[in-house]
Design a protein around this ligand. Structure first.
Ligand SMILES: [Zn+2]
Ligand SMILES: [Zn+2]
Length: 609
């Protein structure tokens, strides 16, 4: 009983792996790399270098590969995607910010997401103009009492941290850039040095806050550098403008790491997503894996549709502690309704056959077409902890038509070479949820000339759950007497993976008339089963006469009432066929009765509407 209770409590509570609950990004505006981490004396950033760097990770090859201006640079950081926006504060980022991801996926409030301004034009960081996100998921904006100076901005952030404990805050320290534009070298470097103190001051304030202490990760970075050749300006994309500083420090970062891999300004946002538990599906950045050392997590979730009815889910697994893991993907439709949960497998369906390579996956057969949204949860079975990423991926699943044919191989039997046309029909059905356009082509196999066979129609629109009758016709007069095999191919236009359905037709052309051709005559009277059957609205009835006979062919309903007389008169020996059109008749069983001399035979015809 006691164990059961403990288990229930374990299941009911939210299990966390990461220690980070709060993230602060501090952007020191326009500091060149050569005045920050790139200066071997670190004289302008002594506190960050001496007191903070040993507890975290610094990135020595970190760049802005987009526009090296203030607004695009900051927007790259908070969206995780390159933002080619104007620098005047009149345009917003076009893909969602981390605030919008957090609010939409985790339901955080506006006051838990804060943009603290040193420059008024940076209020555009609060939300994007992306149609699925926008102002209702935006951050709150806290402006310092005076613009372009650092101390009031830092004080505003500290006040917000103290009172709100926001999950996610961005601070712009504007002064270095504005002083450098003014042309004063001493003013610029002393401003960098002042920003260094303010950053350290904020970090200490966090360590002295009982709520945020030990649960806060801070990114210290810049939006752009300055020209290599002149510190007064920036924006041409030279090395001086592109090369950025970045320090990540917090309870989940390993201490004292120097990461020299090429990293990008758009990499911060997806990293914050992992730390706080939301996906950043519109981000093009890569997670800064070296900044996360204490927990396992799945990322880069990809939904794809390799086959018409199947969804493939893959994810990359980071497992720094080499613990046994369980990975569960939860799929919801666009309205948030649960579709299913799918456990991913190591060496899932990624076709390289290798287990333990960090790629997990599984196949899944979803229901109707529509948008599928995935969240992923990584359970560390050794540590009994769990890491989740909400809304990591979405996918528009469309099967297009789901094509089925009503009959298998069709054996048309022997066909007299005197007939002009002999045909048969089959039904193509769309059992799917989406309409489609189908193309049917003939594969002649050994039919020469191939003009002797044809299908009609060859291309047509087919609605969901609709069907289409297709006629396959042979022109026996064009063919030599022998056994033939032909096929048709049905190719739907829509759907991610095109599906081809094949169907085979068998028939034998036989010569009729004259002694040499008597092999082509029926040996006895025969009424064959109609085809198609069931049918709607018409079907073909074929019968054979070994000699010239008087034939009656009559259709009755099950009450014995005569419905139609298909044939009544003398006919030559050989095979004959008639069409029975059930248009205007009710669905049900009908009886076709043939009489020729003493031969009487009845077949059941099934009309299904
Ligand atoms: Zn700037
Ligand atoms: Zn430059």
């Amino acid at each position: 009983m006691k164990r059961l209770l403990a288990l229930l409590i374990l299941l009911a509570g939210t299990l966390y792996a990461q220690h980070t609950r709060y993230v602060i990004i501090v952007v020191i505006d326009g500091v060149r790399y050569t005045e920050s981490f790139g200066d071997s004396t670190h004289q302008w950033i002594p506190r960050i270098w001496t007191y903070m760097r040993p507890q975290g990770v610094i990135y020595t090859s970190y760049s802005n590969a987009g526009l090296t201006e203030t607004n695009p640079g900051h927007a790259n950081v908070v969206t995780g995607a390159w933002q080619a926006i104007t620098n005047d504060g009149l345009t917003r980022p076009h893909t969602p910010t981390v605030f919008e991801y957090s609010r939409k996926s985790l339901g955080t409030r506006a006051d838990q997401n804060v943009v603290v301004l040193g420059k008024t034009k940076l209020k555009i960081l609060a939300y994007s103009d992306h149609p699925e996100y926008g102002p209702s998921f935006g951050a709150s904006v806290a402006s310092a009492p005076s613009e372009l100076v650092d101390q009031p901005a830092a004080d505003t952030l500290k006040r917000v941290l103290r009172t709100n404990h926001p999950a996610l805050a961005v601070l712009n320290l504007p002064h270095s850039d504005s002083v450098a534009h003014g042309g004063s070298w001493d003013g610029y470097v002393s401003s960098v040095r002042n920003a260094d103190s303010l950053v350290y001051d904020i970090w200490n304030a966090v360590q002295n806050d009982s709520v945020m202490k030990g649960k806060t990760t801070m990114f210290v970075t810049n939006d752009h550098g300055r020209h290599t050749t002149s510190f007064t300006d920036h924006g041409d994309g030279c090395e001086g403008c592109r090369h950025l500083m970045l320090l990540a420090i917090g309870p989940d970062t390993p201490p004292g790491v120097i990461d020299s891999m090429p990293r990008m300004q758009v990499d911060i946002a997806p990293t914050i997503g992992v730390l706080l538990g939301f996906g950043t599906p519109y981000s093009t950045g890569k997670i800064l894996g070296s900044a996360i050392a204490t927990f396992s997590y799945a990322h880069d979730v990809v939904l794809s549709q390799p086959f018409r009815d199947s969804l493939r889910i893959t994810a990359l697994l980071e497992n720094p502690l080499a613990h046994p893991l369980k990975v569960l993907v939860t799929l919801r439709d666009d309205s948030g309704r649960l579709i299913d949960s799918v456990a991913l497998k190591d060496d899932g369906f990624h076709s390289d056959g290798a287990a333990n390579d960090g790629m997990w996956g599984h196949m899944f057969a979803p229901g109707p077409d529509g948008t599928i949204r995935a969240s992923i949860r990584t359970d560390d079975l050794a540590a009994a902890t769990s890491s989740s990423l909400a809304d990591v991926a979405q996918f528009a699943f469309t099967r297009g038509a789901l094509i089925a044919l009503d009959r298998g191989t069709i054996d048309m039997g022997r066909i007299a070479n005197t007939l002009q046309v002999r045909d048969t029909t089959f039904i193509v059905r769309n059992n799917g949820f989406a309409p489609d356009s189908l193309t049917i082509s003939v594969d002649p196999v050994n039919v020469v000339p191939d003009t002797a066979i044809a299908v009609f129609p060859t291309t047509f629109y087919i609605a969901a759950h609709d069907s289409q009758k297709i006629r396959f016709s042979v022109r026996p007069q064009l063919l030599a007497p022998q056994y033939y095999t032909a096929g048709i191919t049905v190719v739907p236009k829509a759907g991610v993976a095109q599906t081809t359905l094949l169907k085979a037709f068998l028939f034998e052309i036989v010569i009729t008339g004259g002694t040499a051709e008597s092999a082509g005559l029926p040996e006895e009277f025969a009424l064959q089963q109609n085809y198609p059957n069931p049918f709607n609205p018409s079907t073909t009835i074929r019968y054979g006469l070994p000699n010239r006979s008087h034939v009656t062919l009559t259709v009755f309903n099950t009450l014995g009432q005569q419905v139609s007389v298909l044939q009544n008169g003398e006919q030559e020996a050989g095979y004959h066929e008639v069409q029975f059109d059930g248009s205007g008749l009710a669905s049900g069983v009908y009886l076709c009765r043939m009489q020729a001399g003493s031969y009487v035979e009845t077949k059941q015809l099934l009309l299904v509407r």
